[in-house]
Design a protein around this ligand. Sequence first.
Ligand SMILES: C[S@@+](CC[C@H](N)C(=O)[O-])C[C@H]1O[C@@H](n2cnc3c(N)ncnc32)[C@H](O)[C@@H]1O
Length: 574
Amino acid sequence: MVPGDRCAVCEGTVSVLCSQCGTVGYCGPEHRKDHWPEHKTLCTPYCIQRSEKLGRYLVASRDIKAGELILKEKPLVVGPRVDSAPICVACYQPFPLHQQPRCSVCLVAPVCGVHCERNGRHTSTECNILKEAAKKYSLTLSDNSQIVLPLRCLLQLRNSPTDPNWVSFLEMESHVEKRRDTLIWRDHQLNVVDVLRENGLLTSVEDADFVQKICGILDVNSFEVRGPPSKSGQTEKLRGIYLRASLMAHDCVANTHLAVDDDFEMSIHASVPITRGHPIYFNYTSAMQGTWNRQMHLREGKYFDCTCRRCSDPTELGTHMSSLRCVRCYKGFIISTNPIGTLTPKQGSQQVEAVSAGTYWECNKCKHRYHSNLIRTTVSQARCLLDGVDRSDIRATEYLLRRLLRTFPPQHFVILELKQTLVAAYRDTILRDPNPTRKILNRKTELCRDMLPVLQVVEPGISRLRGIALYELQDPIVTLALREMQAGDFSQDLLKRLKEAEGYLREAVTQLLYEPTHSAEGQLGRVAMQDLQRLRYSIQRAEIMMAENGRDHRGLSTAKSEISKKRGGRKRKT
Ligand SMILES: C[S@@+](CC[C@H](N)C(=O)[O-])C[C@H]1O[C@@H](n2cnc3c(N)ncnc32)[C@H](O)[C@@H]1O
């Protein structure tokens, strides 16, 4: 028995552990029961461990079922991203074009109105400090969103240096030494450190390195969160610090599902079962990117080389999301011989280029070799074409897809992105057209079907992307089936398709159940639930109609056989 070594109640020898978290020990079941009222508020299904490679990370302290809540957490701080357009620092809505309203008290903070001045996010401390600075300097924040969050953290750290949450903040990984003198370091120096200093916002004890550390902590640890929707339904991308959640290590195939509600509260559920002792992972990148893009993101933004199963496998767990078609044999996949690279990352993309230049790619059938630069250029060119296409123009996008399919296999991440784009474009067309053609409906079904096997591998279990794809898949199947029903065309095949769609819709509901109610995905989940009820009703109707038709058929065939018997009898007579 490890945890504690001593019983949490009587300090006796430990013989049992808390059966929920396994992190507290007791001398026996009685003291475990006695301690439960006190321990239950602290009892979590995870514990924090530390390793040379990962630093601190979360580990399942017991077996966790898929869908189980692991952690719910409010952010320590939320604010604009480094590259954010000017937004209100209290409601996080973008300002109308050419307007730069400011707080009526400090005349500095970009705040859109009195209601926002009072919502508590632009605190009186922040307001006073900015007001004082504005008396001496011509300080403006409205064109520098980058400074807002570091400034907020700095003020909190100055005012509450012993607050345990802010102490924990300073313990977070900042990679300050790896960042020193890099592009991002210089950018923060220019837009944050120098601006703070020039406006008298740094005290004598706070030096540039301290501010750079804050910037590093924010860059390495913050989660992307969405601000509240504007009147037009648009949401601003923000970043927030979550002290516990940020301890999760990265894996390119996560075992968790993250959702953030309108108050920025984050819920983390297990997306697949996690066995006791296994790390709890979150994907810091996008599951729909290829290995090279994910590695770039992690090296440049999180300062490590990912060596997960997906990254180490040149086929990306059999999905071939980064493979190309072999133009020699037209049979094999061109795959990287060294997907992770050989050099350790240091400072930005120059070194990343060096990593890729040292490797080559090979056809897995004919073994023909291709230089990695050729592969990289091919993907970049495809990316340019993809960025250049008018995504609402179905014809142009379909043409580009056909063109790129000569070079890339159907599961390549570029192709999948194009297919996602097409699904959205077909959805819009179908919504606009009261009677969409069978061709359009079937094409949307086909595109969704293509995406699901890959998603199953790279986002197994509970997945927002799979939930959406399943919803989009069932929709055209149901539309076509209902059209046949209206025409009185009942058949076993129709029933089979309706039941298939019901399966997809049921699964979509299960996946989207974990989304916050007010988010677009949460609302889609509710629509899916209503659609499911309607679909079940349609299935019942189809079954009844078919039973009745069957009865009619049986009735008809009995009558026919009676007639033929009579005819037969007559024939024999004649
Ligand atoms: C958000 S922090 C996670 C918490 C951090 N380990 C700590 O001790 O504060 C991200 C950092 O954790 C480390 N890390 C996370 N996942 C990793 C992985 N799969 N391989 C190597 N390092 C990882 C990297 O140093 C990364 O920059």
